[in-house]
Design a binder for this molecule. Structure first.
Ligand SMILES: Nc1ncnc2c1ncn2[C@@H]1O[C@H](COP(=O)(O)OP(=O)(O)O)[C@@H](O)[C@H]1O
Ligand SMILES: [Mg+2]
Length: 273
């Protein structure tokens, strides 16, 4: 057993050329949706991409991608093969847990060890991008991931227009600053509703707060994504939305966001850390 008080040893080899954490202060703002669609978009663009779901208490990537119940195999008895969706490689803590209804009690150091194994004991191969979906808040999982990965590329922070989640975002940004994790930017999700028939935009919960806050906090604003009624059914049926409905406003807005993330990741640590 490792000493629980020692700082974690970082991975010897970075898991990918670029590693991006998807964070939010609050649950239910669309973090997993963003992580899944970002990973799918990058893999559709031809990048070797991995998606790692580190949400121990509510892993939702398998459901979003229709991969529930996946049990991993090993070719050499040592390393696990990730699940695959096209060329995207996917690992979720859910694949490691037994019955989904089992309550799981994990303490911080145990989570850290499991996360380390998810990087080291999986045949990820050579990746251009590793997208890490984190649970809400600033707990053990994002802390472990950002300490384990040598020089992570940065974090994408997801919010909704409501003030409550914006104040949570400020906390996420402070967290990144404390860890010297570059903030690639903020995404405002569920920002308005675009009528699928006439294209008119209605601001149901207000909009623009994410952009204003990003500018106040001097981090990039990556873009906003409207409420997309179909995303719920596509998530439930395991069809990632960007692939399933490429002509939607969501897919178009998302494409710009992916471009902005790639640009930010290229530049590396900006002045915002
Ligand atoms: N832009 C959107 N439009 C409509 N529903 C959305 C949108 N983004 C996310 N959702 C839905 O909101 C719920 C929470 O999203 P999820 O990505 O699981 O959030 P988180 O990971 O932050 O907890 C899911 O049911 C998802 O399908
Ligand atoms: Mg989630």
């Amino acid at each position: 057993m490792s000493n629980q008080n020692t700082a974690p040893l970082s991975l010897e080899i970075p898991p990918a050329e670029k590693s991006i954490l998807v964070l939010s202060g609050k649950g239910g703002v669309g973090k997993s949706t963003v992580a899944a669609n970002l990973a799918i978009s990058l893999s559709l663009q031809g990048y070797a991409t991995g998606l790692l779901d580190t949400d121990f208490h509510g892993p939702s990537i398998p459901k979003l991608l229709g991969m529930e119940g996946t049990r991993l195999t090993s070719s050499d008895g040592k390393k696990l093969n990730p699940a695959e969706l096209g060329s995207l490689k996917v690992i979720s803590v859910d694949f490691m847990l037994g019955s989904r209804t089992d309550p799981v009690i994990w303490r911080g150091p145990m989570k850290m060890n499991v996360i380390k194994q998810l990087f080291e004991d999986v045949n990820w191969g050579k990746l251009d991008y590793m997208i890490v979906d984190c649970p809400p808040g600033t707990g053990d999982e994002p802390l472990s991931v950002s300490q384990l990965i040598p020089e992570p590329t940065g974090a994408v922070i997801v919010t909704t227009p409501q003030e409550l989640s914006l104040s949570d975002v400020r906390r996420s940004i402070q967290f990144c600053r404390a860890l010297k994790l570059p903030v690639l930017g903020v995404i405002e999700n569920m920002s308005g509703f675009v009528c699928p028939h006439c294209g008119e935009r209605t601001e149901l919960f207000g909009s623009g707060g994410g952009e204003k806050m990003a500018s106040e906090m001097e981090v990039p604003f990556l873009g906003r994504i409207p409420i997309e009624p179909e995303i719920v059914s596509s998530g439930d049926s395991g069809k990632p939305f960007v692939d399933h409905n490429r002509k939607s406003q969501f897919a178009k807005d998302f494409e710009n966001i992916v471009t902005n993330i790639k640009e930010g990741a290229k530049e590396g640590a900006g002045p915002n850390i």
